[in-house]
Design a protein around this ligand. Structure first.
Ligand code: ATP
Length: 361
């Protein structure tokens, strides 16, 4: 039985449609992230699951039970929300010991569990301090420890790592996944950080403008996105528009704006179809032959050099290319860009244009 199920859930705030017809199932024990640009409706969605907001339409089910009218404290969830602060009059240990649900555990266990989680987030030495004496990042860690210590089987986390330093955030990501997997918890984690989503999730739900764009494992979202928006939002990509001139068993040949012909994966498109090709920067090589381009910028990135090249025709977008160190490039150089046909995906050209289709509204 899915632990969380949304059926046709919509939420309107006056004229703003924050969620629109959301259908989603989260299986027991799954770690799911809701990812998307700012304002796409992530927080609204998780708040409806928590019971802080009521949907305008549709149903939220937890463990098969309709949650309509059931308040947050009766939903058996652990949560970390941006604006739900710690209790200011309780110290750190008391905050973490405060379980919203009375648990059937021994006194010994009741005392040991909060300390275990405080140790995990490295705050055991602050357990007698009050929240006002902690930094924003420390408060976030206490909230996380409290959610884990609550004993709830479902965790709802809204940007739980956002106030932390980059390094701590990275360490805690792995810990978060490991602990929740060890405990067999179901997690719904909201983030706008695609790298965070890629590293912690079993499955990513990508949202845009109140709707789900697509849902898949991190690897499939990256390797085989179904939508142009996904290809552009998850990881980095170069987009190039053109028209199919040949569609064969092992490749699609596309003529781009400057008249060059480039290859892509085999696809369902027919000659004459208007398409967009997506190819990741790390798959593009500067070669002897291929799409003509001019180097516009060069950046040293440590293990590789990144060049931004612009194809001859003004209509073609800039290309990011990663080249091994040791090759000399100068701004203004003519280069040829190429890739293996397997690494170029083909999408239908959106009627409103590429920019509109990938815009972060
Ligand atoms: P962010 O990543 O910036 O936190 P988000 O994806 O979580 O954004 P939401 O906070 O869910 O997005 O907001 C979705 C839309 O609903 C936005 O346009 C927002 O302005 C609007 N909205 C959210 N809460 C309210 C509210 N209480 N009243 C009016 N509009 C709201």
């Amino acid at each position: 039985m899915p632990l969380v199920e949304l059926r046709g859930v919509s939420k309107r705030f006056g004229k703003v449609v924050a969620s629109s017809g959301i259908d989603l199932r989260i299986e027991d024990g799954e770690y799911v992230t809701i990812l998307g640009p700012s304002g796409c409706g992530k927080t609204t969605l998780i708040r409806m699951i928590a019971g802080i907001l009521e949907p305008s339409e549709g149903q939220v089910l937890i463990g098969g039970r309709d949650m309509k009218g059931i308040p947050i404290e009766e939903r058996d969830i652990g949560y970390v929300f941006q604006n739900i602060a710690l209790f200011p009059h309780l110290n750190v240990l008391e905050n973490v010991s405060y379980g919203p649900v009375v648990k059937d555990v021994s006194d010994e266990e009741r005392q040991a569990v909060p300390k275990r989680y405080l140790e995990l987030v490295n705050l055991l030495d602050r357990m007698r301090m009050f929240p006002s004496a902690l930094s924003g990042g420390e408060q976030q860690k206490v909230a996380l420890a409290r959610a884990l210590a609550s004993g709830a089987r479902l965790l709802l986390l809204d940007e739980p790592l956002s106030a932390l330093d980059a390094r701590v955030r990275m360490d805690l990501r792995y810990e978060l996944r490991r602990i929740t997997k060890d405990l067999g918890l179901t997690v719904l984690h909201v983030t706008h950080d695609q790298e965070e989503a890629m590293t912690v999730s079993d499955r990513i739900v990508l949202m845009r403008s109140g709707r789900i764009v697509e849902t898949n494992t991190p690897e499939m979202m990256y390797r085989a996105p179904k939508e142009l928006f996904t290809a552009n939002f998850i990881g980095e990509t170069n987009l190039l528009d053109g028209v199919v001139v040949a569609s064969e068993d092992d490749r699609t040949v596309v003529e781009v704006r400057d008249g060059s012909k480039v290859e892509a994966q085999p696809s369902r498109f027919e000659p004459g179809d208007a398409v967009v090709i997506s190819v990741r920067p790390e798959r593009v090589h500067a070669e002897e032959k291929g799409l003509r381009a001019i180097v516009r910028s060069i950046s040293f990135m440590g293990t590789y050099i990144r060049i931004t090249a612009e194809a001859d025709s003004e209509d073609i977008m800039g290309f990011d290319v990663r080249v091994p160190r040791g090759r000399d490039f100068n701004v203004g150089d003519n280069v040829h860009l190429g890739w293996s046909k397997q690494s170029a995906l083909v999408f239908p050209r959106p009627p409103g244009g590429i920019a509109e289709a990938v815009k972060l509204e």
